[in-house]
Design a protein around this ligand. Structure first.
Ligand SMILES: [Zn+2]
Length: 218
């Protein structure tokens, strides 16, 4: 979703947020994605959810044996989201067992798009998740909130200066100015005081803004 300042906060594509590999592998080589644990409760098959509203740009079904080139992704979905700062923003979900969407389909953040698996070039089941900005694969953790754990201390997270997206307080993120105001309840009061309070509210046009409510008959 887009925050009020225009920044992007992507939703986690899995219910479980355990990183088994970060943007760099533990040997320092480039991964340019994150891997998320899918093996839990005796199953590797977990629902995968769209990280943001968008359109399905590409789906690929693994041929069952090739582990090089694009087929290394296995069964895969790529979604295009609204541009960020005028640049194309996409997410990719790889090594799936099943796809639930079609190319060209409009989808919403959090929508079920497929199920995890172990297709393509994998040594074990996991979800490979990429964030692609203007054709370049960025560190997905910079586009997600900080609600995750790592499988071990060797898993790369952020480079200096990188950090999770701050999830805004609900009140700051949405709602009209009236909904963000504090509610002040006064009473019981005499009819005279109630009239005086109403007069103050009317003088500030709080009544026409719908900000004055009285339990008394006016
Ligand atoms: Zn990966």
């Amino acid at each position: 979703m887009r925050l009020s300042n225009g920044d992007v906060l992507l939703a986690w594509p899995l219910a479980l947020h355990v990183l088994t590999a970060g943007y760099f592998y533990s040997d320092g080589s480039r991964h340019e994605a994150i891997d998320l644990r899918t093996n839990q409760d005796g199953s590797i098959i977990k629902p995968v959810y769209a990280a943001e509203d968008g359109t399905v740009q590409e789906t690929q079904t693994w041929d069952g044996h090739t582990k090089t080139g694009m087929q290394s992704y296995g069964t895969m979905i790529r979604i295009r989201h609204a541009d960020y700062a005028g640049v194309t923003l996409q997410t990719r979900y790889a090594h799936l067992s099943r796809i639930c969407v079609q190319k060209g389909q409009t989808i919403q953040e959090g929508q079920l798009i497929g199920y995890t698996g172990d297709t393509g070039n994998v040594s074990g089941a996991h979800l490979h998740f990429e964030v692609i900005l203007g054709g370049t694969r960025r560190n997905p953790l910079v586009w997600l909130d900080g609600d995750f754990t790592t499988a071990n201390t060797g898993v790369y997270t952020y480079q200096p200066g990188e950090y999770a997206v701050q999830r805004p307080a609900q009140a700051a993120a949405q709602g009209s100015p009236a909904e963000r105001l504090q509610t002040i309840t006064i009473g019981p009061v005499t009819q005279g005081d109630a009239d005086a309070i109403l007069a103050v509210c009317k003088a500030r046009k709080l009544d026409t803004l719908g900000l004055y409510h009285s339990a008394w008959a006016e």
